[in-house]
Design a protein around this ligand. Structure first.
Ligand code: ADP
Length: 318
């Protein structure tokens, strides 16, 4: 597999505190990859090491096939949105975008043309001539996002891109990330919001306390964390089904819910038997589906309380 980014056994210590501890990860080219974890997990430190803003203590990094510490030129092919946002506040919107594009080597005409295109796309048309400082925080963030993508980089590295954005602008961000991926770009972003990541990422790496908790394709993580819990509902009330579900020895837990039941199959029982029993009742079965664990639930199962990232997880690769 072609990887846009590889980290092998990378560590970083800040005056006695191990912020990133032997982290390895592989970001396949052309995919959306999420680095997830609670605050303080080491996400920004990892990203800053990739961007060569922080020098790693040990380990290897390969970005687009080269070590960014040895070959800084490779960083021109990256669009980086730092966690601390900051633009020249006195500059006008289009000017600041053109300024950053020029820094990244885009010629003046292309910088203006692309700048205009992005400004329209982000709904900032009326603000192109306004000073950055007069824009709302959300709008400033959109401008900063434009400065990140204006040179059409092969890899986007976005540190907590959604923080501070309202739901509408989060949607815009999401569409832009998907569009970049569809154009063959690689998008790596960090977030502490696992629900958001779950909707967007094809691959994730969850870290806590500087160490990897788990990584891999989301699909495989889901498969490896399958439950034996099922959500069941019938088209109409069904006494017979209620009696069966509430007394069947094949079920470990049965939870009555507003529109049906959630049950857990006892180990050793075949789900097909359960389905065929449910299908034998007079009232048609309207819903039968496995209850999937959310990424957050998987994380909590592995690490314990997400609010306590200090506990060191055992690494696991799916
Ligand atoms: P995240 O991005 O996941 O919130 P960070 O990478 O910012 O995590 O931080 C990881 C750990 O390193 C935290 O405990 C944080 O307090 C510590 N840390 C981050 N930057 C510095 C720094 N410049 N000096 C000392 N400690 C730091």
């Amino acid at each position: 597999m072609n990887h846009a980014l590889l980290l092998e056994d990378v560590s970083k210590r800040y005056s006695g505190h191990l912020a990133v501890d032997g982290l390895s990860l592989a970001v396949p080219a052309g995919t959306i990859y999420g680095i997830l974890g609670p605050n303080g997990a080491g996400k920004s430190t990892t990203i800053r090491m990739v961007m060569n803003i922080i020098i790693r203590d040990s380990g290897r990094i390969s970005l687009l096939g080269t070590d960014p510490e040895q070959d800084r030129e490779v960083l021109r092919r990256v669009g980086y949105l730092p966690e601390e946002r900051g633009l020249y506040k006195k500059m006008k919107v289009l000017d600041v975008i053109v300024f950053f594009a020029r820094l990244k080597g885009v010629d003046a005409a292309a910088a203006r043309r692309e700048g205009e295109r992005w400004i329209e796309k982000m709904g900032l048309g009326d603000w192109r001539g306004a000073r950055v400082e007069t824009l709302s925080k959300g709008m400033q963030q959109k401008v900063q996002f434009i400065t990140t993508v204006i040179h059409d980089p092969d890899v986007l590295i976005l540190d907590e891109p959604a923080s501070g954005l309202d739901p509408v602008n989060q949607e815009v961000l999401r569409d832009t990330i998907l569009e970049s991926r569809d154009r063959g770009k690689t998008v790596l972003f960090s977030t502490h919001n696992m629900d958001q990541a779950e909707q967007l990422c094809e691959h994730v790496c969850i870290i806590a306390g500087g160490r990897k908790v788990l990584d891999g394709p989301l699909r495989d993580i889901r498969r490896a964390n399958r439950t034996s819990r099922y959500a069941i509902a019938f088209d109409d009330p069904c006494e017979e089904a209620a009696r069966f579900l509430e007394t069947s020895p094949s079920l470990a837990h049965v939870l009555r819910e507003e529109d049906g039941w959630e049950v857990e199959l006892e180990p050793g029982h075949d789900v097909r038997e359960l389905v065929s029993t449910l299908n034998s009742f007079d009232v048609p079965l309207a819903r039968f589906e496995r209850v999937e664990l959310s990424l957050h639930e998987i994380f909590v199962q592995r690490v314990g309380n997400a609010a306590n990232p200090q506990r060191r997880p055992e690494p696991a690769h799916v």
